[in-house]
Design a protein around this ligand. Structure first.
Ligand SMILES: [Zn+2]
Length: 446
């Protein structure tokens, strides 16, 4: 009898693994005028700060696992170069294995440019480039700081998960006039939420949404609608840190949008933030599913192949007639012909899966993933037990589904050059990503 009892206790403690969670935030608001990120064209130098922007980290440890860290950022994205530096520091200084580190960016278009992210967009004066470099150095130091602080803050906690809803996102293809409406208008308006409780209160809420953070495009530093949502949640839930995860918002915009009238646009972004914050508040006020763990993680890369690019002769012929970003793009491809023989025909595509037992599968994809990926993996693995986010790792490019690729247009076809890729992906893009996701979901399943 005694033996049976202790076996029962052991299996019980495994099934309800006691979590430790640690949360930290680091202010990454620039202290000088810096070039703003996200939109091509004329360089926009920041003129004021609407509200601070942040890096935020959630460190998690279950009874049986090592420490895993999710870092969210009010940044437009990260580059391969940035990921390498941040991940190396996380491993060497804080012992975080690469597969246990998820680096998500909100895709904020009202933040400074960092390092080489979207480098073909910009043409900086030496002074502007120096300001960008000073800011980048600060951001690296803050990543290091916030990861270390979250781990140092680990303490017993309870995790739970549920989804809310917010109707802010509109498919970009529907928003571009009557002729585009024939293309359909899928969106994912779920607001997945992980609540972290310790002691009597909420220590953190991690929430996501699939929509470009492009309500604003002026000259102020802010976190766009996601920044307003985080701000409001932190004000209305004392002691709680709110972390925003950009999901699969590659082909979604917040609508309506106002251009050229900054005060009104800011008000609108605040309203979208309020809607999202209210969705999160409703989720955490209602019963949520406890996450029992243990946390199983997996990370691997697949390759996405590119269609043939323009021949060298054609690039050389056309470049004298170009200016601005198109000229920089073509010159980049010419350099690749000269240095590498031809522009690369493939890119690497990292995929991460964190499985919180049977209650939540967290699928982290790379780049500007379109909504089809979120809907597809939720349909396959459970609408209420699956969270799919893009905008992790390298910002890379838009990541179209086969549908979006075949439709053509900006996301996945005409938008490829500006990321430095020679041509659109081949038609197996969705198949390759799906195969890797399924492999990792299987590997992390109980
Ligand atoms: Zn984008």
């Amino acid at each position: 009898m005694k033996l049976l009892f202790s076996v029962f206790l052991a299996s019980c403690s495994l099934a309800t693994a006691a979590w430790h969670a640690g949360v930290a935030k680091a202010d990454i608001t620039p202290t000088e005028s810096v070039p703003l990120a996200g939109y091509g064209g004329k360089t926009r130098m920041s003129q004021r700060v609407e509200h601070p922007i942040w890096l935020k980290a959630l460190a998690l440890k279950d009874d049986v696992g090592a420490v895993s860290v999710l870092v969210t950022a009010d940044l437009v994205g990260l580059s391969d170069k940035m990921i390498a530096v941040i991940a190396k520091n996380a491993a060497e200084k804080h012992g975080v294995a690469r597969e246990r580190l998820i680096l998500n960016a909100s895709h904020n278009h009202s933040c400074p440019v960092t390092e080489d992210v979207l480098w073909l967009y910009y043409e900086f004066t030496p002074e502007e480039a120096a300001a960008k470099d000073r800011y980048t150095r600060m951001v690296y130091a803050k990543y290091d700081e916030v990861i270390g602080a979250a781990i140092a803050a680990l303490k017993p906690a309870e995790l739970s998960f549920e989804q809310g809803l917010a109707g802010v996102a509109v498919n970009r293809r529907r928003s571009r006039g009557p002729e585009s409406r024939a293309l359909g208008g899928q969106v994912d308006q779920d607001v997945p939420v992980i609540a972290v409780k310790s002691g009597n209160g909420l220590q953190a809420v991690v929430f996501g949404y699939s929509c470009h953070t492009t309500a604003l495009g002026g000259l102020s530093i802010n976190g766009d609608y996601a920044g307003f949502a985080q701000l409001e949640l932190e004000k209305s839930i004392p002691g709680c840190t709110a972390l925003f995860v950009q999901n699969c918002g590659g082909d979604a915009n917040p609508l309506p949008r106002i251009r050229g009238r900054d005060a009104e646009a800011t008000q609108l972004a605040g309203m979208y933030g309020h809607i999202l914050a209210e969705a999160v508040r409703q989720v955490v006020a209602a019963p949520m599913k406890p996450l029992s763990g243990p946390l199983k993680v997996a990370m691997d890369e697949t390759e996405l192949t590119l269609q043939p690019g323009l021949p060298l002769e054609e690039l050389k012929q056309r470049v004298p007639n170009l200016t601005g970003m198109p000229k920089r793009e073509f010159e980049h491809f010419i350099r690749q012909y000269e240095m590498l023989g031809s522009p690369p025909d493939r890119v690497k595509y990292p995929v991460q899966v964190w499985s919180f037992g049977s209650e939540l599968t967290f699928i982290a994809l790379t780049g500007e993933t379109v909504v089809d990926y979120s809907l597809k993996f939720k349909a396959a693995h459970g609408w209420n037990t699956t969270w799919v986010c893009g905008y992790n790792n390298d910002l890379l490019s838009y990541v179209p589904s086969l549908r979006v690729l075949k439709e053509g247009g900006y996301e996945g076809v005409s938008g490829m050059y500006e990321y430095g890729h020679r041509a659109p992906y081949t038609e197996d893009v969705e198949e390759r990503i799906t195969a890797k996701v399924e492999e990792l979901v299987k590997a992390t399943a109980k």
